[in-house]
Design a protein around this ligand. Sequence first.
Ligand code: HEC
Length: 718
Amino acid sequence: MTKNFLFYLLISVGLLSACHRQPEKYSTWSVYGGSKDNIHYSAAHQIDTDNVGQLRPAWEYHTGDADSNSQIQVNSIIVDGILYGVSPRLKIFALDAATGKLKWSFDPARPDGGVIQKMALNVCRGIAYYRGSAEDQRLFYSAGSSLYCIDALTGCPVPSFGENGMIDLHDDLGRDVKDLYVAGTTPGIIYKDLLIVGDRVAEEAAAAPGHIRAYDVHTGRLRWIFHTIPYPGEEGYSSWADTAAYKHLGGANAWSGFSLDEDKGVLFSPVGSASFDFYGGRRIGDDLFANCVIALDAATGRRIWHYQTVHHDVWDRDPPTPPIPVTVQKDGRTIAAVVQVTKSGLVFLLDRSTGQPLYPVVERPVPSVSELAGEKLSPTQPVPTVLPSFARRSLTEADLNTLVPDSSYQDIKKKLAGYHSNPFDPPSREGTVIFPGFDGGAEWGGPAYDPTTGLLYVNANEMPWILTMVNSAPPPAAAGGMNVGQAARALFTANCMTCHGPERQGGGNYPSLIGMKKKYTEDQFLTLVSSGRRMMPAFRQLSPAEKHALAAFILDNTPSEQRPFVNDNKTPEDPYFHLPYTSTGYNKFVTKEGYPAVMPPWGTLTAIDLNKAAIVWRDTLGDYPELKARGIHSGTENYGGPVVTAGGLLFIAATSDAKFRAFNKRTGQLLWETDLPAAGFATPSVYTVDGRQYVVIACGGGKLHKKSGDSYVAFALP
Ligand code: HEC
C-alpha cells in the first residue's frame, strides 16, 4: 500500500464516521442536557448569528399551578414532535412541540396517582426517556421520593413497573432510611435497559447515603448499586477512619446528574459532600467517594476510576454539575477526556480512561487546624495550576463593593475584618467567607460544550456567603426535665437553624419563620415538617411529640410551652445524628442595601478553549435594572445552564432579570435578548419539528426572591 492510499483511506474513514455520528447524535433533544454526553449542544443551525434577531415566541404553555414561591428548573425533552415537561406542582405533561397544545398530563397528587402528599413538593429538573419499541415508550421522573414510570403515549403509570408504576427511592439503600430524606431531583440516565439514578439527601447529620443505583426499566427491580460510602472490603473503605461509618453516615450523593460514554458503556458521575456538610469530626479521613468524579461500568456499577476534587470537605464544595466527556488536542495528540467544573470556579480536565489530570494539579497546603473540637482537616487540597478558573476565588478588602454609600461600605469592611476569608479557611465561630458561594461558581445548570470547536461554556455566580458555626444543644431525649418550650428550642437548633437562622429570620434562599401562626394551622405545619417542600427536606425522623413541640414554638402557642416535655415511644436516635456543632444558616454576605458585598460582576459567562487551556471570552451576565440605569452592568446570580448550537449561538436565560439571551458563541457578543414572563431558572432545549427550529425555556421564577411563573415559552423564526 502506498502512503497516499493509506492517507486517503484514513481521511475517508474519518469523514464517514464523523458524518455518521455527529448530526444523528445532536439533532434531537430526547435526553436531559441534549444528549447522553450531557454537553448541551445542538447541531440545529436554522437559527443563526444572522437571523437570531428575528426570533419570536412561537407558543407559550401555562401549567396553571404555580404558587407564591414555586419554581420550574426543568430542561424539557422532545421526542417525535412531543415535548415532555414538569409543572411547579410536579405534574408531568406532553405537548405538541410545534404548537404547545396539551396532549396529556399526569398528576402524582391525584387520589389514584400514588402516595405523594399535596405539600410534598420537591424540585424536579427533568425526565428520562426510554424507547423499547414504537408501542413501548417510557418516561421516568421523580416527585419527591416517588420515582414514576409513565407511558409516554398515554400519560398513565406503567403498572408492571415497581408497584403500579412507582418505586420508592427510600428502598434498596442497604439500610433502613424510611425516616430520612431521599428525593429525586435531577433525572436518571438510560443505558440499554437500565435506568441509573442518583438522588438528593439531607445535608445534616441525619442523612441517608447517596448510593448510585440502576433499575430495570421494565420491572423497576434493582440491578446494581454502587456504594458511594464504601462497605468493608470495598475500595475507599479505609478513607473513613471510623470503620462503622457506612452504617450511619449519609450524603455522598449524585444529585446533579450523569453523563454517559454510550459506546464504551461508561457512566460519569459527580458525587456530593458527605453529611453533615460543615463538621467532619464524625467522618475523619478523605471520605471517599464524597466530592469525587467517578467513572463506573454502566452495565454493572463496577468502579473504573475516581478523582477527588476536595478532600474531607467541610464547606459543601461538591461537584455541582455532571462531568462531561470531551475530546481535546494536547501536545499533538487527540485525547478522550472528561471535564468537571466546580462550585469553587475550578476546571478539572481528566483523562477519560484513567481519571488522571491532563494538566498539572497541585496538592496545595491549606489551613489545617480547626477551632471545632474533634475536627481533623485535610492538610492539602487539589488546585489546578494551568487550567484557568472561571470565577474570583478569594475576597479581600480590595474586592469589596464600593458602589454603595460609604457607611454601607464601612460596614462590610468591618465585617470582613472579623471573618476568616482565605480560600479553604475552615468553618469557624467568627464566620468563614465562602467565595464563590454555596451556589457556586458553577451550579446544577451545568456547562455547554461545542464538539466542533472544543470550547466549554460555563455560567457562574460570584456571591460571597458566610458560614458561622455554633455549639448544638443536647438532644431533648438526653436532657431530662425539659419543658416543651426548651425541647422545641433544642430541636430547632439541631434541625432547623442551619436554614432558618438562629432567630428564625431566614436568609439566602430560606424563608423567615416569623408570623407562621397566621399562615399555618397546626395540622398544616405538621404535614409540612413531615413531608418537606421543594428545598426544605422532610423530617420524618422526628417523633410526633417533637413535631408538636416545634409547632408550639413556631406557631407561638406560648401557654403549651410550659408543660413538661414527654417524648413518645420514638425509636432511639442514632448517636451519629447528633453532632457537637451546627451552623447558623446559609447567609449571603451582602450590603445593607442587599447587594453582594463584593464588586461586580455577580454573574458571568465564560468560554474556555480546552485545547489551549485558556479563556477565550468572558461576559457579565444579567442586570439589576436600577444599576443598569446608572450605567453599571453588574451581572446577577444565575441558575440554569447554557446551550450552544451549530448556528453559532449560545442561548442562556438563568438570570434574575428574567431575560433570555443569545450570544455569538465565538466572540461572546450579545446578539439578541427578550423578556420572559418570569425568570428562566432552567436550561433551554433546542429542537426541530417539520423543518422548523425551536428553542424552549421553562419560566418558573421563584428563586432569588423573584416572582414565580407557570409557563414554558418556545421561540422560532417567523
Ligand atoms: C435545608 C434547609 C432547611 C431546613 C433544615 C429546614 N427548612 Fe424549613 N424551609 C426551607 C425552605 C427552602 C423553605 C421554603 C419551601 C418552599 O419553597 O415553599 C422552608 C419553609 C418552611 C416553612 C414555611 C415557611 C412559609 O413562609 O411558608 C416552615 C414553617 C418551615 N420551613 C419550618 C421548618 C422547621 C420546623 C424546620 C426544622 C424541623 C425546618 N423548616 C428545617 C428550608 C429548610
